[in-house]
Design a protein around this ligand. Structure first.
Ligand code: GRG
Length: 294
């Protein structure tokens, strides 16, 4: 295993232990709502977004412990979005992260509330710990990056456009703008926040470019896996997009052309890193994201 792979494996174990400790801390009392929050958080998941936070920190020379709250916040927010995306009013999915979805286990009302609570917990975590290591004005700026990515001009706008998209009228431009907001904004925020925290404007621009192309490549691979992936490996059902007539890359342009777009965004993401000596973990995460399909 090379240095980046070892570093990523260690970081993943660190993120897992942070989530566990944070969700088991004294102030988080028992009860159904915390059980539901823990259920979805601890069901697994690749922890891609917190790993991107830490890998961007490595690129910038920030030690991992300083980014704990930021890594947790982005995973909490992401998990909320998955719980809500799976609800009957949205995608109505039964499996996620290899286990029954939150609403299948806890009922719809509690699943909605668990998502709401995780979204709130993300910002609580930052308000509580975010400023321990960084200047308060930078913390506010980085929190704003996360809030903008998650809000009605980012993630939620993407979801709204996704729900309204029609396979008969959609084109690639519309689909890319959905993917950009639904998936790439949070991935971009994950890599941009560490740069904002240390005021590295030029690095921030490069990381944002990396995040945008990473996010688009990642979502196109997700679209492809929904056609050809192994449900056991993915932890969720396959073929659901086609069954619902969803607008996806394979539905619009076929698998081969979709794979070419993955390659295009992968190359652009790598270019943005410009061979930086500390970009190894970011580059490896990108390769792993693209390789999921192979
Ligand atoms: C905000 C009301 C509301 C709903 C959620 C945008 C959105 C709206 C939900 C996002 C859900 C979704 C399917 C986004 C696409 C991004 C994506 C491929 C998510 C899956 O992420 P992985 O593969 O999942 O990183 P794990 O389980 O590994 O963390």
């Amino acid at each position: 295993m090379d240095a980046a792979a070892r570093w990523l494996a260690e970081s993943q174990a660190l993120v897992e232990s942070w989530i566990r400790t944070d969700m088991e801390r004294e102030e988080v009392p028992g009860g159904r709502i915390h059980e539901a929050m823990r259920y979805s958080l601890l069901a697994g998941g690749k922890r891609l977004r917190p790993l991107l936070v830490l890998a961007a920190g490595r690129y910038l020379g920030i030690r991992r412990g300083a980014l704990r709250a930021w890594a947790l916040a982005v995973e909490y927010l992401h998990t909320y979005s998955l719980i809500h995306d799976d609800l009957p009013a949205m995608d109505d999915d039964d499996f996620r992260r290899g286990v029954p979805t939150s609403h299948r286990v806890f009922g719809e009302a509690l699943a909605i509330l668990a998502g709401d609570a995780l979204l709130t917990e993300a910002f609580l975590c930052l308000a509580r710990e975010g400023a321990v290591e960084f200047a308060p004005e930078r913390v506010l700026a980085a929190m704003r990056v996360l809030a903008e990515a998650a809000g009605s001009r980012g993630l939620i706008a993407g979801q709204v456009a996704d729900l309204g998209a029609d396979l008969h009228t959609a084109d690639l431009g519309l689909l890319e703008s959905i993917h950009r907001r639904k998936t790439a904004t949070l991935i971009t925020a994950a890599v941009a926040m560490p740069a904002v925290l240390v005021g590295e404007t030029q690095a921030q621009e490069r990381l944002e470019q990396f995040g945008e192309h990473f996010g688009l490549a990642f979502q196109i691979v997700d679209d492809i896996l929904n056609v050809v992936g192994d449900p056991r490996q993915m932890g969720k059902a396959q073929g659901t997009d086609a069954a619902r007539g969803k607008v996806t890359y394979p539905a619009l342009i076929g698998l081969d052309e979709s794979r070419r777009w993955v390659q295009y965004h992968r190359d652009r993401a790598l270019q943005a890193l410009q061979g930086h000596p500390r970009a190894d973990a970011l580059a490896l995460l990108l390769e792993q994201a693209v390789e999921r399909e192979r």
